[in-house]
Ligand binder design. Structure first.
Ligand code: SF4
Length: 217
């Protein structure tokens, strides 16, 4: 599925969600890749079992033309927020992601667009990537995961190593220049002490922190 909605922990083709679910507006999730440079201990990719017809595993990564074509089947009046998040890290396909964001901005200028990311794109590509999202995103949600580099590496098991935590925080601060809402996230299952440490870290860098409930599978 490229475009989907989420309902009670299940993923549904967006067009099916509109036909079947009672609410009038849905978040429209955009799934462009299953690749990631992390291997988080809690990642749904390894933990969540999904029936074939509700699977976010892409048989083939969609091209920009295929992503654009998928949008032509959607009634924009049914869409609440457009969220690029997928079942992988969207910035692994940075060029396609930027093209898709430009396309959605052009066809639906009035809609909020959010990117959910691990925040490692600048480190991964060895350049400032935050500026690429200027005028294209209303919100960026970045997984903070942990309060320090060692804990972060233990949780994310990223191939980018110990420098990843610092790079992610720098990326978040860069994003504040270009994106109206920059949100860092942690899950509530990491323990009181670690939550407090993350709160202190975000306060230090003037970053907004959201503590979200851990999603059991
Ligand atoms: S960054 Fe996201 S997609 Fe990648 S392994 Fe972690 S939870 Fe999974």
């Amino acid at each position: 599925m490229i475009l989907y909605a989420a309902e009670n922990g299940k993923f549904i083709e967006y067009t099916d969600a509109v036909a079947k679910l009672p609410q009038k507006k849905h978040n429209l999730y955009v799934n462009i890749t299953n690749q990631c440079n992390c291997a988080c201990t809690f990642c749904l990719r390894s933990l969540k079992k999904m029936p074939e017809n509700h699977s976010l595993w892409l048989k083939k990564e969609p091209t920009i033309s295929e992503i654009e074509a998928a949008f032509t089947h959607i009634d924009k009046n049914t869409v609440n927020e457009v969220v690029f998040c997928g079942f992988g890290e969207p910035t692994m396909r940075l060029e396609t992601l930027i093209s898709a964001l430009q396309y959605v901005r052009k066809i639906w200028p009035e809609h909020n667009i959010r990117l959910n990311t691990n925040g490692l794109s600048s480190l991964y590509y060895n350049k400032d990537t935050a500026i690429l999202f200027k005028d294209l995103l209303d919100t960026i949600s970045i997984s903070l995961n942990a309060s320090n580099a060692q804990k972060y590496l233990a949780v994310t098991r990223t191939s980018l190593g110990l420098s990843a935590h610092k790079a992610m925080l720098k990326f978040a601060q860069e994003c504040q220049k270009y994106i109206p809402h920059v949100i860092l996230t942690i899950v509530d299952s990491i323990g009181r002490e670690e939550i407090t440490a993350c709160q202190n870290l975000c306060q230090k860098y003037n970053l907004f922190l959201r503590i979200r409930p851990y999603e059991a599978n």
